[in-house]
Ligand binder design. Structure first.
Ligand code: ADP
Ligand code: MG
Length: 338
């Protein structure tokens, strides 16, 4: 049976969705059902607070992502912002604008995606808002987090000589998006396709890494890679009044991503620099703390690569290509108002 939203109404829908929403009950005094949630403040920690909105047609397409994946990713990208301060997430509110054409089952599936990642990161879903949208699905999540007092890591702390690192692999989300757009022509095995598409549709926020980095000496700047390496480096350089030199040969790119790009270095570089949505952490480390930071990351089993160095040339982003030449990085990543 297909249940129309109009048959249950806003409150009926909220009742359907609001089951199994609390995964860390000790800090929730009152959750969903009143005018606001009531939360216990962490006494010693600092609070982090962020929000990110996703619009159908701009941030996701319902023919490329399931409702489950849209919900999961909407929370994942917010979690990634908390990780990028060195924090961990605590409480979320979820607002949805739902067009008439969407079925209740679809929204339940969207919430299942939210719920599954919330459970993994012990995030409480303590409220939200539900409205009708004229045409497209809209989802906005606001997320609270916490970080030990004085331990937040900003974009502004990089200094010339600091080493630049990234976690994981880059360009995989752009590769997944490319596969979604060209799926008929591609001859990759379905397992490889599936893996790259999942990197795009179900990104993994790096909370453990961010939390670990916030406790280490010598980590000077931290950011998450949502808009592409070029855009994130530009943010760190601008905030820190520095420049950077990236070493192309050190960029961590999966072999299957290189293969998909047809071994053309420039396509791979586009995906890494401009593709975005890899949700890895980019961070800088004082050179005299390199050893201890790398040791801690290795000890925790976290994959990372040193990909460049911070320079004194303010806002000058350069890359040393594999052939030895140095070029300016002109790409800027995804920017909504360009
Ligand atoms: P108000 O009129 O006070 O804003 P609402 O009727 O919008 O109250 O919401 C009632 C309760 O349901 C509140 O606790 C609100 O946080 C929660 N809520 C509403 N929409 C959602 C949603 N999409 N997801 C989770 N909780 C929601
Ligand atoms: Mg409301």
């Amino acid at each position: 049976m297909i249940l129309k939203l109009s048959s249950v109404g806003e409150f009926g829908l909220i009742d359907i969705l609001n089951k199994d929403m609390i995964f860390s009950p000790e800090s929730v005094i009152a959750g969903i059902g009143d005018d606001t949630a009531v939360l216990k403040s962490p006494a010693a920690n600092w609070q982090l607070f962020t929000t990110d909105m996703m619009l159908e047609g701009i941030h996701f397409r319902l023919d490329w992502s399931s409702y489950y994946q849209v919900g999961y990713k909407a929370l994942a990208v917010n979690i990634s912002d908390i990780a990028a301060m060195g924090g961990r997430p605590t409480h979320a509110v979820v607002s949805v604008g739902i067009p008439d054409t969407v079925q209740i089952e679809n929204i339940e599936e969207l919430y299942q995606g939210i719920r599954d990642i919330a459970r993994r990161f012990k995030i409480n879903l303590v409220g939200g808002d539900t409205v009708k949208s004229p045409e497209k699905l809209i989802i906005n999540i606001a997320l609270l987090g916490e970080v030990a007092a004085g331990k937040a890591i900003y974009r502004s702390g990089a200094r010339p000589g600091d080493i630049i690192y990234t976690t994981g692999n880059l360009g995989k989300s752009a590769a997944g998006l490319y596969i979604l757009a060209h799926t008929k022509e591609l001859e990759l095995t379905s397992e490889v396709k599936e893996r790259l598409i999942l990197a795009h549709t179900l990104p993994e926020p790096r909370v453990d890494t961010g939390w670990l980095l916030s406790g280490l000496e010598g980590v000077s700047a931290l950011d998450d890679n949502s808009d592409g390496l070029a855009a994130e480096l530009r943010e760190i350089c601008r905030a820190s009044s520095v420049g950077c030199l990236i070493w192309e040969k050190e960029l961590p790119v999966l072999a299957e991503v290189k293969k998909l790009a047809g071994e053309q270095g420039d396509v791979v570089l586009d995906w890494v620099m401009d593709g975005g949505e890899d949700y890895e952490l980019i961070f800088t480390v004082r050179p005299d703390h390199r050893g201890t930071v790398e040791q801690s990351l290795n000890h925790a089993g976290i994959s990372f690569s040193s990909i460049g160095v911070i320079t004194a040339q303010v806002n000058e982003l350069k890359i040393k290509r594999i052939n030895g030449s140095e070029e300016k990085i002109n790409s800027s990543g995804y920017n909504h108002f360009k």
